[in-house]
Design a protein around this ligand. Sequence first.
Ligand SMILES: [Zn+2]
Ligand SMILES: [Zn+2]
Length: 356
Amino acid sequence: MMNPQTLTRILTALLSLLAFSGCRDSIFTVYPQGDRQASNGRIVSGVKVAIRGKRFGEVPGQVRIGGVRVPIDVTRSGYILWKNREIVIRIPDGLVSGSIQIETADGRIIRGPELLLDQGPRDVDAVYQRHINDYAARNDLDQNWVRWMLDQQPQDYIDNTSSNRDRGLLTFTTQRLERKTITVAYTYYEGRPYRMREPWPVPQAAQELAHMGALKNMMEAAFPGYRFTFFFDADPMTCDLAVQANHPNKNHLFTTYIQPEGDRSGGVVRLIQSTNDGVLIHEIGHYLGLSHHYEERDASDIGEGKRMPPGSRTCRMDRTAGWCTACLAALDIDPDAYQEERVAQAIQILYDHYDR
Ligand SMILES: [Zn+2]
Ligand SMILES: [Zn+2]
């Protein structure tokens, strides 16, 4: 049976899911302010940009460009320039182009167009290097760790990438592009649902909504700071990623391929009924650009904790618990924000329902 805490968590997730699918906020428009605002039609750093739309709320929330939080402008008298129909942001140095996303104080996400910034040649290497150094300082990681993270020596065992630095850089740039907000279209293969051992504690018609809420809880525990929304039976092309559950191919328990199809879909994760759904965390790790720590060619050293940065021994990309600091840094998640216990509990809730 479910304890009341679990029940509350599921109902909360369910409500947020309904809030997400319920009303669509209109896309807004942006207006750079001041004279030296743009070069080649692109906005330069230091300028203020007014974002106009509606339903931003009267209480200030947050604005992100490409996943990076940007400052809201403040008047000399200390008045924060956030109004229901207009927000003024300041473009900080070093910010790269990306989609605008507004997080309202009451928890709504309003997605807007891409803001094109003029930064001269885009130097992702420098941005990543700065990120790694900042991350180390913030989390008491030493220079050995920084050296390991930025090592450019080719490491041919890693799939897709060629060095420790490139492995992290790939994820870092991917997660920036993904704005830390991931929508998932969840469908059953040929419409055949999982057998559930225990129904969710909600009316029959809302069973899959509760299931989606439990998946959301698991993913948000596994990726602190990221926001996931699972849409049951949605068109994969309208979401960032597709999950195809109850897939019959037992030899391929799960497959992720990052293969843009159409506008949005960034791949498909296939799951089978007996899958430990913690696997979904590992697969979405791939979607975010993470590769394995083990020998890619023959998987001969799975779970041995090899090729990890100083101080780390386990990682979901090695099919063990938790994340190593290399994966956390690339995902821009501070180690303190991650609690394995929360993830384990969220996985257990799914376990208790699936008839494996
Ligand atoms: Zn994998
Ligand atoms: Zn790792």
